[in-house]
Design a protein around this ligand. Structure first.
Ligand code: DLL
Length: 470
């Protein structure tokens, strides 16, 4: 591992570990193959479900295993972690675990993950790589508004920032006015939080009568939830920074599995020297060619406490190889475009929430605050999209209100019709759009934004969703 300072002195582009991140792909493949063999050996020695599956697949020892044989090795999935909750997947003695983290997930059942001291060391390096890719250096101040706690976002980024030698401000999520004060007073150059909270912070800045130029932000690392290109443009406009994507999941390590670089900002460099990545067809489980969206599958080559072989993430993205203008040679993944389990089926048509966001924000008149409501009160489900208009555009805005309530209603109704038509065309299913007054949709101050809810019976999940207009 290179001394980070040394790695950076090679060029203007900040690369935390140039030797590893810019390695020739053929050399990296040798490193990966050796690490894969050691991973499989550790799993076989540890016993448990992964060892049993390996033996079933005819793998008794790892000595001759090659990367080419990866596709015949067994998968692991979230169910395995749940079945083994909380410590059944450990490949080290319980006493070697120094930290546990987790994610509550949507199923209600928590997923627990364990780390040894070496795992923490690896994780801090991965987050330091991501921060450096966003232009952070030892001279940076990093305002970290990811939640601190069981969630991996806060403490993961924190340790990466310390590793980089930067100054980290551990603000955690929420208490937006205090965040603004700290952003103004401490003048951080890097912001880290969820993309939905970045929007919230940007709006709060404007509400406070301040401009992005009053801050000193240069770049932000936003992740933990899906976000679209139009959302990137909105965040950049609101906060006056370069918005970069960072991806990760607790099961694999947390944030830092992959991250975009400031130089090309077009896809996330996967730290594939530690997390071997594949994209597979979610139905057939066969690998898909590079450039084709598939379910991301990771093997944690160098983790100790809870190593995973071919872990199916449920996240959909496409992979791409080749070197980047920044000098990194790591494979890239596109933004996550959806999950295998977030597809909605409305009147027989498959609808992905990410697609709804793309259409909404591309229109330019709607704000990034939206909620997809699956109206399941009858056997045939319908789609309702609740959204706020951008300031000054329609219902609830000061301009519209000044022109009288009738005027505001009229504007909202026109917008509803227009956006409804666009969604109908793009998604292939009739969509009812409800433009709600500003501030009606809940903001996410801490944790991940909830974008989809089901209305099964009773009162509407939001006021104003009833049958009106059209
Ligand atoms: O969300 C880790 C993280 C923290 C990543 C901070 C980035 C920044 P979990 O709570 O276990 O871990 O949730 C993992 O979140 O499988 C994806 O579905 C989703 N996700 C994470 N990053 C992104 C992203 C953290 N950049 C799950 N784009 C993953 C889209 C993301 N989805």
């Amino acid at each position: 591992m290179l001394d980070p300072e040394d790695a950076m002195s090679h060029s203007e582009v900040t690369i935390f570990d140039r030797a590893a991140e810019s390695m020739l792909p053929a050399e990296r493949a040798v490193v990966q193959a050796g690490r894969l063999r050691r991973l499989v050996s550790r799993l076989l020695a540890a016993g448990g479900v992964q060892a049993a599956r390996l033996r079933e697949a005819g793998v008794q020892d790892a000595a001759d295993l090659t990367l080419g044989e990866l596709a015949r090795l067994p998968f692991t999935q979230k169910r395995d972690l749940w079945d083994a909750y909380p410590f059944g997947m450990l490949a080290v003695p319980r006493g070697d675990v120094v930290v546990v983290h987790g994610s509550s997930g949507t199923g209600g059942q928590p997923t627990m993950v364990s780390y040894t001291r070496d795992d923490l060391d690896l994780w801090s390096q991965m987050c330091a790589r991501a921060l450096a890719a966003a232009g952070a250096t030892a001279a940076s101040t990093i305002h970290n508004a990811y939640g601190y706690g069981l969630f991996t976002g806060g403490l993961g980024i924190h340790q990466g920032a310390v590793r980089l030698g930067a100054t980290v401000v551990p603000v955690s999520g929420g208490m937006t006015p205090r965040q603004l004060t700290l952003l103004r007073d401490l003048k951080p150059d890097i912001l880290t939080c969820t993309p939905s909270y970045a929007i919230r912070l940007g709006e709060a800045l404007a509400e406070a009568g301040a401009k992005p130029a009053d801050l000193n932000l240069r770049a932000g690392l936003f992740g933990a939830e899906p976000w679209s290109e139009p959302m990137r443009a909105r965040i950049e406009e609101l906060l006056g920074l370069r918005a970069l994507d960072i991806y990760g999941l607790s099961e694999v390590i947390g944030p830092g599995v992959a991250a975009e670089c400031l130089v090309s900002q077009d896809g996330l460099h996967v730290n594939e020297d530690h997390f071997l990545v594949e994209a597979v067809d979610p139905v057939t489980s066969e690998p898909v060619p590079d450039g084709t969206p598939g379910e991301l599958v990771f093997s944690t080559l160098t983790k100790h406490a809870m190593p995973l072989l071919r872990y199916r993430t449920g996240d959909i993205a496409a992979l791409r190889r080749g070197s980047c203008a920044c000098g990194r040679t790591l494979a890239k993944m596109t933004k996550v475009t959806g999950r295998t389990d977030d597809m909605l089926v409305i009147r027989g048509v498959n609808v992905y929430p990410a697609e709804v966001e793309r259409v909404l924000l591309a229109d330019g008149r709607t704000s990034p605050h939206y909620l997809i409501v699956v109206d399941a009160r009858t056997a045939v489900k319908d789609l309702i999209v609740a959204v706020e208009a951008r300031t000054g555009v329609a219902a609830g805005s000061r301009t519209a209100a000044a022109a009288g309530p009738g005027h505001a209603e009229l504007l909202a109704s026109g917008l509803e019709r227009a956006v409804g038509e666009q969604l109908g065309e793009q998604l292939g299913v009739r969509t009812r759009v409800r433009v709600l007054p500003e501030g009606t949709l809940p903001r996410t101050e801490a944790g991940k934004a909830v974008r989809v809810v089901t209305w099964a019976s009773g009162a509407a999940p939001l006021p104003g969703l009833g049958e009106r207009r059209h």
